[in-house]
Design a protein. Structure first.
Length: 330
């Protein structure tokens, strides 16, 4: 396996991963001499790699009688993938990479680990993704928030957050019991979903709007009846708001095939009309996310029902015309 590029970046990452694997395979500890021998590097380089493992890949290490080991509880149990399972993980990480527009060392570390077990054609693609990832800006506050939320969720501990809701000028403090962390491609962000002490209801919080977060000693339990998919089923995206309605959209034949071959929402039902246009039905709330999706199809879709959605689309179209009629005769 070769992960070397022109500046040696991937070779270094592959070596750090090798050191990490050696530590995991030797829970009783392993000496720097053995690490250097097995990785075919000098002891000086082995010491430097151990330091980089802590600072770059955030692996907590400890030493005992000159033996190095990973702190207990840091890693999940090892698992094995078939080739197609590895491909599934790769595709999932690619989606994560595309939704997250900032540099994330955890995504990089996951790609690097996957790269160590995949065939060469996959390695090239993963290496290219890793190179592009380094060009993105780093958001350390967001990374720390995600790490604390992950731990709180796993340990079922409440968090205290300072949060500024959209459209609000001031921050407010509240306690939240994390039920779920949901990524949303449309907002290029992740959202905390949990019970809020301020409203005593389940609420959604965008991570970038959290100014501070503290994990509390207070424990909680996620209700057995809570199902994230059922919770979101009446809605198009991350926004949970509004009354569920029967929606009818008529798409022109040119894009009708897309509507038939792609399921955009679980409630979607499609029907070919005599003129070859496609009638698509949804049962959901017409949130701003959904309205934006309808508008993205432009003149290729007509809203048949409900009247409220028709009005929203018409008012938006009139607003667009108002902006551009200054420069064009309409």
């Amino acid at each position: 396996m070769s992960l070397v590029n022109k500046d040696g970046k991937q070779n270094r990452l592959a070596r750090l991963l090798r050191v990490e694997h050696l530590l995991c395979q030797n829970p009783q500890g392993i000496s720097v001499t053995d690490i250097a021998r097995l990785c075919q590097v000098s002891k000086r380089t082995a010491y430097r790699d151990l330091g980089d493992l802590e600072t770059v890949l955030k692996v907590p290490l400890t030493t005992d009688k000159n033996l190095w080991k990973v702190m207990e509880g840091h890693f999940l149990p090892p698992i094995h993938f078939t080739l197609t399972e590895g491909l599934s993980v790769f595709l999932a990480i690619r989606l994560l990479y595309n939704y997250c527009n900032k540099y994330n060392p955890d995504i990089e570390s996951t790609f690097t680990k996957l790269n160590s077990i995949m065939p060469v054609p996959f390695q090239r693609q993963i290496s290219q993704t890793l190179d592009k990832m380094h060009d993105r800006i780093t958001d350390e506050d967001n990374q720390q928030t995600m790490a604390l939320l992950c731990r709180a969720w796993a340990e079922q501990r409440k968090v205290s957050i300072t949060y500024r809701a959209l459209g609000k000028e001031d921050y407010s403090e509240r306690e939240v019991s994390p039920y779920f962390i949901e990524p949303a491609a449309a907002g290029h962000s992740a959202y905390l979903i949990g019970r809020c002490s301020k409203s005593n209801e389940i609420r959604t919080f965008k991570l970038e709007r959290i100014r501070s977060l503290k994990m509390l000693d207070k424990k909680y339990e996620i209700p057995a009846a809570f199902d994230i998919d059922k919770y979101h089923s009446p809605y198009w995206g991350i926004l949970v708001d509004g009354e569920v309605k029967d929606i009818k959209l008529k798409f022109v034949p040119e894009v009708g095939r897309i509507m038939q071959e792609t399921t955009f929402h679980p409630s979607q039902r499609s029907e070919i009309l005599p003129d070859q246009s496609v009638l698509v039905r949804f049962c959901l709330a017409d949130t701003p996310d959904f309205v934006s999706w309808v508008l993205s199809w432009g003149e290729r879709v007509e809203v048949l029902a409900p009247e409220g959605l028709k009005k929203k689309v018409r008012e938006t179209a009139q607003g667009i015309i108002k902006i551009y009629k200054k420069n064009f005769k309409i």
